[in-house]
Design a protein around this ligand. Structure first.
Ligand SMILES: N[C@@H](CCOP(=O)(O)O)C(=O)O
Length: 500
């Protein structure tokens, strides 16, 4: 619909107006810094930042019901800038005018209900939110849409010159960063740093295809991240990891979409999200808190972070119940099938600690948990989900495995319903499925296939005394008819088909 087709009283708030009073706020010393330049850490104390809207209370001029109506009506608009996550512009980055919004089709990924059979088998009530259905096939596109829209705004309206964006990545961030940056060529160029051999072939192909400089570094993601942080501290580059607080704003849209798709009713809902660099869980908590503060939702859902036992620093941190006694200790990661989350020193840990504290204060009690799962559980649950109609990556398997652990631990109770985050597209991680089906996992993963979950192609290649077609050697006439009949007979026998 066009804006002029809406009722006059609805037109007033239909199109977001540039506004807000955004500042970087340091999570440690509390100092405030202008957003006129790109900052990643506090110039006063070096801690990570969040972007805060000092004008947020102005949004309370509309009631929760009015905001719900605005966001619901915007669904009907055919304005590209509002088709994606900027539908929630006032909550994300209201300083960015619509003419600078970069929309590549991100957001509004589906909530897919688990089948009754799968729910019954697992004894759990849940759906997946398929964030693999974003343009570069992961949730990172949400964050990039805001970070690159802001860069676009700086270039278009603030006279910023050429920008080189950099990021470290386990595969998804680099794919998203390269894609969004390439849309803004030639003003924006992109370089990505990858831990050599620790990114799947599909993920490696993505930044290459988008024309980014791809630099492979020895070590793991944490090593690449340190190099990128050094670059950002010492050179003219735009850092696109979630250390960049604009990324966090974009990823809050996950929470807004979940709430909207559930008709803004989060009663008895539980959110399961894998933790890697910890930007996503930070964003999700922040997003739900904003909705709650504006009266758009009445209840804050439980948020459960999930980590593999091969990369579990956040889980370990929260093992200590007494907040005063918790000690942050990065870990050395082991090979993990949840490769996107194979991170031992997440840059957003200070955000997690602070936002979880605020979340629970706002909710009036415990609402944030972290559970740990095994590599075996991740693989088993990814495959189990996928053979019940889902398109779930290893991180999605991690979310589902986390749900079952959370149920066993009494964190999720009967009657509660979970939303499991499938963070990326399954096809990025098919190598792990193949290793499972072929039983070729290197021992350090600790994964053995469950026979009932294994699936292998069967060859129907050579039939006795039957001429078969080959590449560049098609059959024709009588020979082709005989081939079709003989092969169909063989297939029917293997499938146990009865003749009509
Ligand atoms: N899993 C990530 C790691 C970097 O995360 P970010 O959200 O801080 O960019 C990836 O895909 O690279």
């Amino acid at each position: 619909m066009r804006p002029d087709q809406f009722a006059p009283e609805d037109q007033k708030h239909l199109l977001p107006q540039p506004g807000g009073d955004l500042v970087y706020r340091c999570l440690d010393c509390g100092s405030e810094h202008s957003i006129s330049e790109l900052l990643y850490t506090c110039p006063s104390c070096g801690e990570v930042l969040l972007i805060e809207d000092k004008g947020f209370d102005q949004l309370k001029k509309l009631s929760g019901a009015q905001w719900r109506r605005v966001f619901d009506l915007r669904r009907m608009l055919n304005i590209p800038a509002l088709k994606g996550i900027f539908r929630y512009a006032e909550l994300l980055a209201p300083v960015i005018p619509l003419d600078s919004v970069l929309y590549l089709g991100e957001g509004h990924t589906p909530l897919v209900e688990a089948s009754d059979l799968l729910k019954g088998e697992l004894g759990a009530d849940f759906c997946f939110k398929n964030d693999g259905q974003n343009p570069s096939a992961s949730f990172k596109d949400r964050g990039m849409a805001v970070a690159l829209s802001y860069i676009n705004y700086l270039v278009k309206h603030q006279g910023a010159g050429e920008i080189l964006s950099v990021c470290a990545s386990t595969g998804d961030t680099s794919a998203a960063a390269a894609l969004y940056a390439s849309y803004l060529a030639p003003e924006v160029k992109s370089a990505v740093l990858l831990p050599q051999g620790k990114v799947t072939p599909a993920q490696l192909s993505q930044p290459l295809g988008a024309g980014a400089r791809v630099l492979e570094i020895p070590g793991v993601f944490d090593d690449c991240m340190k190099v990128v942080e050094h670059l950002a501290d010492n050179y003219q580059v735009a850092l696109l990891n979630s250390k960049n607080a604009w990324r966090i704003l974009g990823q809050e849209s996950y929470a807004y979409e979940v709430a909207q798709d559930l008709d803004w009713d989060l009663t008895g809902r539980v959110i399961l999200v894998p933790i890697g660099n910890a930007g996503n869980i930070s964003a999700i908590m922040s997003g739900f808190m904003k909705l709650h503060q504006l009266g758009i939702i009445d209840e804050l859902p439980k948020v459960i972070g999930v980590q593999s036992e091969h990369a579990d620093p956040v889980f370990r941190y929260y093992q200590e119940n007494d907040p005063g006694k918790r000690v942050w200790r990065p870990v050395t990661v082991q090979p993990s099938v949840a490769q996107a989350a194979m991170i031992g020193n997440p840059v957003s840990m200070p955000r997690v600690v602070e936002l979880a504290r605020r979340y629970e204060a706002q909710a009036g009690g415990p609402r944030v948990y972290v559970v740990q799962v095994s590599e075996q559980e991740i693989m088993d649950h990814m495959i189990l989900a996928n053979r019940h109609g889902h398109v779930v990556c290893t991180q999605g398997g991690e979310s589902l495995a986390g749900l079952l652990r959370a149920q066993a631990a009494g964190i999720v109770s009967a009657g509660e319903k979970a939303i499991c985050d499938a963070t990326a597209h399954h096809l990025k991680f098919v190598g792990f499925q193949q290793m499972y089906f072929e039983n070729t996992f290197p021992p350090d993963y600790g994964v053995k296939p469950r026979p009932e979950l294994v699936n292998r192609p069967e060859e129907v290649l050579a039939l006795a005394e039957q001429e078969m077609p080959g590449p560049g050697r098609p059959l024709s006439g009588e020979a082709f008819a005989k081939f079709v009949k003989a092969t169909a007979l063989e297939v029917a026998a293997r499938l146990g088909l009865e003749k009509r």
